[in-house]
Design a protein around this ligand. Structure first.
Ligand code: NAD
Length: 289
């Protein structure tokens, strides 16, 4: 396929390179001038989008996605697929999909889980909103860039699934870190705590797969001085998107709200910026009530 790829940052570049490696013809564009010797660099977003069968965007925010949409939609050929893989607010996802549909395009919101490691290895999970026809047409690309793609319903539902998942993740990570800090104060060995909880009803992905305590469980960012992994800054972004959606939809999410406020304090007032989101553990362990 002829693919335009816009946004070649930490996630976008390895995703685009995996598509190029699989034999697709890629025209890439990033405002920061990032490119690759594995594919062609376009001079603008519109140029990357022109004549493409599929245009993929991997951008930082809904505001930027809206701006890029206005640039590329007039350049895209009718019937082509606009596949946005960024994590953005549900409202922006639905608005840009509507703009694309009005121009005769097929639009999908397909945020990912799996981080930079998953992007490089081609093992991302895609949560996809949009029409079934577009989902089918993009299927072979999801297979290259990821290990799983779930069709979640109409436009915006991919973003809805992503922020609900990450709201659970933020809350369970905080709970896991709080419990470790309490165990420390009670004189309970961290390995014993892990051995019990990871096989008891307190288990979760945060405990079992991404244990925030160094030297315990499978290797995780805790074993690498809390270098991300998944940064506290990105967790804060997703928790803010979840609260924005909860406010708009009138959903009661008190723990999601508390998690957002705690990550905001951690990133903006303490030493959380640039650290993995599991660095909540040293934060709690180092504090007294
Ligand atoms: P990043 O900041 O590394 O990359 C974003 C890229 O977009 C940058 O290179 C930037 O120059 C480019 N860009 C900005 N405005 C542009 C424009 N107008 N036209 C073209 N390019 C433009 O971010 P990332 O880590 O690659 O994340 C991308 C998206 O994926 C975000 O929405 C993020 O929330 C989501 N995400 C990231 C991770 C992760 O672990 N990094 C995991 C899951 C989802």
């Amino acid at each position: 396929m002829k693919i335009g790829f816009i946004g070649l940052g930490n996630m976008g570049l390895p995703m685009a390179e995996n598509l190029a490696r699989a034999g697709h013809d890629i025209a890439g564009f990033d405002v920061a001038g990032i490119g690759s010797d594995m594919f062609t660099s376009a001079a603008s977003a519109a140029e990357a989008a022109r004549d493409a069968d599929v245009v993929i965007t991997m951008l930082p925010s809904g505001e930027i996605l809206r701006r890029v949409t206005d640039e590329i939609v007039p350049a895209m050929k009718p019937g082509s697929v606009f596949l946005d893989c960024s994590t953005v607010d549900v409202e922006s996802a639905r608005d840009v999909a509507e703009t694309a549909r009005r121009a005769g395009l097929s639009a999908l919101d397909a945020p990912v889980s799996g981080g930079i490691g998953g992007a490089k290895a081609g093992t991302l999970t895609f949560m996809v909103g949009g029409d079934a026809d577009g989902f089918e047409r993009a299927g072979s690309l999801f297979d290259i860039m990821g290990a799983k793609a779930v069709h979640c319903g109409p436009s915006g539902n991919g973003q809805a699934a992503k922020i609900c998942n990450n709201m659970i993740l933020g809350i369970t990570m905080i709970g896991t870190c709080e419990a470790f800090a309490l165990a420390d104060r009670l004189g309970l060995d961290r390995q014993a705590m892990f051995d019990v909880v990871s096989t008891s009803s307190g288990y979760s992905w945060s405990m079992n797969a991404y244990c925030p305590a160094p030297g315990i469980g499978p290797e995780s960012p805790a074993d690498n001085d809390y270098r991300p992994g998944f940064s506290a800054d990105l967790m804060l972004k997703d928790l803010r998107l979840a609260q924005k959606a909860a406010e708009a939809a009138g959903a009661d999410t008190p723990l999601g709200l508390a998690a957002r406020d705690l990550y905001a304090r951690f990133v903006e007032e303490e030493d959380g910026a640039g650290r993995d989101f599991s660095a909540m553990l040293p934060r709690f362990a180092g504090r007294k009530r």
